[in-house]
Ligand binder design. Structure first.
Ligand code: SF4
Length: 404
């Protein structure tokens, strides 16, 4: 089997991780695949499948710097000795497996790169011979790309369960981004999903060690003069985990370990796996989890401020920021001309960009009317019930969107 056929075979069998920094919207199409990777609505294949170099899982991916590039997302091997309950690549499942050697993967990617088909690489792997040995192969591929082939483009490397500290530190010198998929929010839930993975020592500790290095070592030691960003992923709905469990973990990951992104992968049953009879998760649940997660990362909200029900789940029909504002700001609206940036960010419809525009504009004079906000580029449809403009409530028509 030649290299392109191998890539094509991998692309046929696996769902892939959400494109870098793309926020998936509710859709029934997302599905969990190897190492918790998903195919998500934000992942747009560049070309439809056909026999050639452009049908090998190339995705439009938005990078942390905002640039969009064609990204090859693939695995070193689709063979795996573990048996995670949600994964189509689990040991013992009957389908054709494909394996690349590091030299072959590096050369194949460079051929695609030089042909202009792919500009970046996301590389993961099934586990064969343990996490440490598999991580060595991922690192060998990355070293070949950076040293032999002089590839300086975007490289996202997966960290295997149980990778050693020295391997993590080497990966930080080679990659732009590292990901460790926690899969579940705590050890109890992980045992129900992937009993051979160990939550604290195999998965969480690598993320903690990477952040320790970022905090204690100068960034110029990292690839391209800075340390890589980190991301993780949870499988949502594969067991009976609550949103409270998921978001407790996410709040810690964003605030303490400074993860760039927590991905939520909607569980979708895979034939011939132990969870094949479990129903797929509601896509709206995933959407609400993303909204709440961004409130921790970008809006300085705390876990306690989320509108959990008695079981510990978010309401599916409510934007959590809107629910918070409805409960807290209707009687105490925010004065746009005096509020701090942090207070402005709590208003529905005002994001980081809108808050900055307001702070700059009011230095030039008071904002007195809704049209003043519109003129500086602030979206006003949702904010009107929750603000004062120069001491006055704007007149607005209450719409369905104003209520949580
Ligand atoms: S370790 Fe688990 S999730 Fe990753 S490829 Fe193997 S079976 Fe799938």
């Amino acid at each position: 089997m030649n290299s392109l056929t191998k890539l094509h075979t991998l692309a046929e069998h696996m769902g892939l991780e959400p494109s870098e920094e793309v926020a998936p919207m509710p859709s029934a199409s997302a599905q969990v695949a190897p190492c918790g990777q998903v195919i998500a609505p934000g992942d747009i294949p560049v070309a439809p499948p056909k026999a050639g170099a452009d049908d090998v899982a190339i995705y439009h991916a938005k990078l942390p710097n905002g640039k969009t590039i064609p990204l090859l997302k693939t695995l070193l091997t689709s063979a795996c000795e573990r048996d995670c309950f949600y994964c189509p690549f689990r040991a013992g499942r009957n389908f054709r497996r494909v394996t690349f050697k590091p030299e072959e993967m590096a050369q194949t990617f460079m051929d695609l790169y030089r042909a202009g088909v792919a500009e970046g690489l996301f590389l993961s792997s099934g586990i064969i011979g343990g996490g440490v040995k598999t991580q060595d192969k991922l690192l060998a591929t990355a070293e070949l790309l950076r040293q032999k082939h002089r590839f300086r483009g975007y490289l996202h490397l997966k960290v295997m369960p149980g990778a050693e500290d020295a391997q993590l530190e080497r990966a930080m010198q080679l990659a732009d981004r590292l990901s460790v998929n926690l899969e579940a929010p705590n050890d109890r839930r992980l045992q129900q999903l992937a009993p051979k993975k160990v939550f604290l020592t195999e998965l969480l500790r690598p993320l903690q060690h990477i952040e320790h290095i970022r905090q204690t070592q100068p960034g110029h030691l990292g690839w391209n003069g800075r340390w890589p960003s980190t991301v993780t992923q949870f499988v949502v709905g594969g067991v009976d985990e609550t949103d409270l469990e998921l978001l407790s973990a996410a709040a810690y990951l964003h605030k303490t370990l400074r993860l760039g992104r927590v991905y939520y992968s909607r569980f979708n049953p895979i034939r011939d796996t132990p969870l094949e009879n479990r129903p797929g998760e509601n896509p709206w649940r995933v959407h609400r989890l993303y909204q709440a997660s961004f409130l921790f990362r970008d809006y300085n909200f705390d876990l306690e401020e989320m509108p959990f029900d008695q079981v510990g789940n978010l309401p599916l029909d409510t934007d959590p920021k809107l629910a918070w504002a409805y409960a807290n700001l209707r009687e105490n609206p925010v004065e746009v001309n005096r509020a701090s940036r942090e207070e402005l960010l709590r208003v529905p419809g005002i994001g980081p960009k809108g808050a900055d525009l307001i702070v700059m504009a009011r230095r030039r004079g008071a904002l007195r009317a809704v049209r003043d906000l519109q003129q500086i580029g602030v979206q006003t449809r949702r904010l009107q019930p929750y603000v004062l403009l120069d001491g006055q409530r704007p007149t607005y028509q209450l719409s369905l969107f104003d209520k949580p």
